[in-house]
Design a protein around this ligand. Structure first.
Ligand SMILES: [Zn+2]
Length: 211
C-alpha cells in the first residue's frame, strides 16, 4: 500500500467510524453552516496537526496553515495574501472571537531563518523571502541571547516569531478595531511535540507559560 492509498484507507475508516457516529453533527454543519469561534494559524509541519494535538471537533476551528505559522503585516491592497484572506473571512465573515497563532518546537522554517536559508541549488526559492517576515524575531534573539547555543536560540526564535505575528495582526484595521472593542482576542501558543507540552503567551509577564 503506497502513502496515498493509506490515506484513502484512512478516509474509509473515518467514513464507517467517526462520520457514522457523528452523522447528525455533520448534517447540522451542512444545513446551518460553520460557526467556529476560533481561528488558528499553525505551521504546515506534519508533526503538529492542530486537529490532533488539540483534539478538535469538525466545525470547531477555522484553520490556516503555512510555513512557520506566520501572519504577514498589513500591506494595503493588491497583494496575493492567502493567510490574510483566510483571517479576514474568519474575522469579518464568521466573526470568530479568538485568533490563536500556534508556533512549535523544531520548526524548519525558523531553522532556515536562523541558520541561513535554503540549499544553494534551490534557485528562486520563496522560503527566504517568506521567512524574512519574521526577521525581527531573529534580531531580538541575537540581541538578547548572543552567546547561547543554537538550540536555545532556535527555541527562543520560534516563540519570538509568534510574538511578531501577534503584532502584525494588530496592523489590520478590522482586527485592531475588534480587539479594542474586546470582541476579538489574540493568543500566542507554542507546542513542543517532543516534550508533549503546550505553552501559552502571558502578556502580563511577556513570557510563555505552561498551559
Ligand atoms: Zn514549523
Amino acid at each position: 500500500m503506497d502513502e496515498t492509498e493509506k490515506l484513502i484507507d484512512g478516509f474509509k475508516g473515518f467514513q464507517s467510524g467517526y462520520f457514522k457516529e457523528h452523522s447528525s453533527q455533520f448534517k447540522k454543519l451542512v444545513s446551518e453552516g460553520q460557526s467556529p469561534k476560533v481561528a488558528l494559524v499553525a505551521c504546515s509541519d506534519s508533526r503538529v496537526d492542530p486537529a490532533i494535538v488539540l483534539s478538535v471537533e469538525p466545525g470547531q476551528i477555522f484553520m490556516v496553515r503555512n510555513v512557520a505559522n506566520i501572519v504577514p503585516p498589513y500591506e494595503g491592497e493588491g497583494t496575493y495574501h492567502g493567510t490574510i484572506a483566510a483571517l479576514e473571512y474568519a474575522v469579518r465573515g464568521l466573526t470568530v472571537e479568538h485568533i490563536i497563532v500556534m508556533g512549535h518546537a523544531h520548526c524548519g522554517g525558523i531553522q532556515a531563518l536562523m541558520e541561513g536559508g535554503v540549499p544553494e541549488d534551490w534557485e528562486q526559492s520563496y522560503i527566504p523571502k517568506w521567512m524574512s517576515l519574521v526577521d525581527s524575531a531573529k534580531q531580538r534573539v541575537e540581541a538578547t541571547l548572543p552567546d547561547a547555543p543554537i538550540d536555545v536560540k532556535l527555541r527562543q526564535c520560534e516563540k519570538e516569531a509568534v510574538h511578531v505575528s501577534l503584532e502584525n495582526m494588530m496592523t489590520f484595521p478590522w482586527i485592531e478595531q475588534k480587539v479594542e472593542e474586546r470582541t476579538l482576542n489574540l493568543h500566542g501558543w507554542y507546542v513542543d511535540i517532543g516534550k508533549g507540552e503546550l505553552l501559552v503567551y502571558d502578556p502580563v509577564n511577556a513570557s510563555f507559560v505552561s498551559a
